[in-house]
Design a protein around this ligand. Structure first.
Ligand code: PA5
Length: 429
């Protein structure tokens, strides 16, 4: 299989190759810290070997649960927030039909999927309740701690709704919990109620958990081949374990973004040209933001959807403060071809595909932004598929861990997230 490639050629106007080379020793040191477990947060490195260590039995159980949900439910509710939500949504939006919920059941294959518990809006939950009033439903509540306010509160409401609709016994059968093996209120509840439950490994933090049952169960319900996702992640684990900087694209990415940060480029824009990759950007923001934003330091991770955001943020990117760099996700082979053959199309485009135009927009924006003083990096993905989703998220997780170590922080904790929770609890009480 082809590999995901990292290309920093366009950034060489801003970063000297010699400078990059000089980071080889630091990279080898951080590689050793990560792999030998001598760095901060070493108890949270379970994701590193997870694609290899997940058992066939566990994959089988996930697939069996998904198959039951697919048979019994017309709507599937996925309740979670942050690391217990964003990666799952990223996978489903990237790998399934753009209008999946709107497709007729025979083409959709599996229930409609709705996400909840990721905010506290009354309008959102009221509207959701209206939508799920009619269809048969199943629900997956995902929370590692089992105590996060948003999913806990919204799950309680949906549980009551399901008990009312089905009676307690049938509701119990239709609720699936993904949580800690032993700790937390959700685990207690799952054990008490007898929910089918899946475990989030102790040594895998929320934002590194997309390849665990957190992401795999909803992905399988959506009809995504989770064995392919894991296969891609395994290939990445294999390909990206070389400690030598110039042999490891993931480490090159980690090094270059840190060098740019040192030169004052403190904002990273992750740019995708596929709307289905919007939530991958949201997942990326959490992964890097929570991992690196510490001790009054860290690259601010932002994500943009092009070409639409070229018409909103394009001006700022082109001529605003020169403190941002861009990482473009470039998909080599389009999944669908739309031939430009309609009457009103400009003659010079006839015979080309819409994807060709999208690629030229990407190339044009890269040239413009580079000329405007924005260092541009590219991550090339051969195609959008479960395999490359697994590969890509592993690439980012490893780059993030190494990047955090290069910056001298613990990339696996998130002490700052607690501050708002404390204040909110005080205010509520
Ligand atoms: O990365 C993290 O740990 C957080 O973003 C959590 O994923 C998020 O707060 C949700 O936590 P939990 O899964 O415990 O409900």
């Amino acid at each position: 299989m082809e590999k995901i490639r990292f290309d920093y050629n366009l950034a060489l106007r801003f970063v000297k190759q010699g400078n990059i080379d000089s980071w080889a020793e630091r990279i080898a040191f951080c590689h050793e810290m990560l792999h030998a477990g001598t760095g901060p947060g070493s108890e949270c490195r379970g994701w590193l070997d997870w694609p290899i260590s997940i058992s066939a039995d566990e994959v089988g159980q996930i697939k069996a649960a998904a198959s039951r949900i697919r048979q019994e439910a017309q709507a599937f509710l996925v309740v979670g927030i942050g690391g217990s939500y964003l990666g799952t949504r990223a996978a489903i939006e990237m790998l399934t039909h753009s209008f999946r919920n709107e497709l007729p059941p025979d083409r959709r294959q599996g229930p409609r999927i709705y996400f909840a518990g990721y905010q506290l809006s009354s309008a959102h939950i009221s509207h959701l309740l209206e939508v799920i009033d009619g269809p048969q439903i199943s629900l997956n509540v995902i929370s590692k701690s089992g105590t996060t306010t948003e999913p806990a509160l919204i799950f309680g409401l949906l549980k009551a709704f399901m008990e009312e609709k089905y009676g307690p016994d049938e509701a119990r059968r239709r609720i699936f919990a993904t949580t800690d093996k032993e700790r937390g209120l959700l685990r207690e509840l799952a054990d008490r109620e007898g929910y089918t439950a899946f475990t989030i490994p102790d040594d895998i933090g929320g934002r590194y958990s997309v390849l665990t049952p957190v992401g795999l169960l909803p992905m399988a319900v959506a009809g995504i081949d989770i064995e392919e996702v894991l296969k891609g992640a395994r290939a990445a684990a294999q390909d990206l374990q070389d400690p030598r900087l110039m042999e490891n694209p993931c480490y090159q990415y980690a090094a270059v973004r840190n060098i740019l940060y040192g030169q004052g480029y403190s904002i990273e824009l992750l740019a995708a040209y596929e709307p289905g990759m919007h939530y991958l950007g949201e997942w990326f923001k959490q992964l890097f933001g929570e991992s690196e934003g510490k001790s009054c330091q860290g690259i601010f991770p932002a994500a943009v959807s092009f070409t639409t955001d070229l018409h909103s943020l394009g001006q700022y990117i082109q001529e605003g403060p020169r403190n941002l760099f861009e990482t473009v996700l470039r998909v080599k082979k389009a999944s669908t071809k739309v031939q430009i053959d309609w009457d009103t199309a400009p003659p010079y485009l006839k015979g080309h595909t819409l994807d060709f135009v999208n690629q030229k927009a990407l190339e044009g924006a890269l040239l413009a932004h580079s000329e405007g003083g924005v260092p541009c990096l590219q991550i090339e993905i051969p195609e959008i598929s479960p395999y490359y989703f697994g590969y890509l998220v592993y690439f980012f997780m490893k780059a993030c861990a190494i990047s955090g170590y290069l910056a001298g922080v613990n990339p696996f904790d998130q002490p700052g997230v607690e501050a708002y929770k404390r204040h909110m609890q005080d205010l509520l009480k």
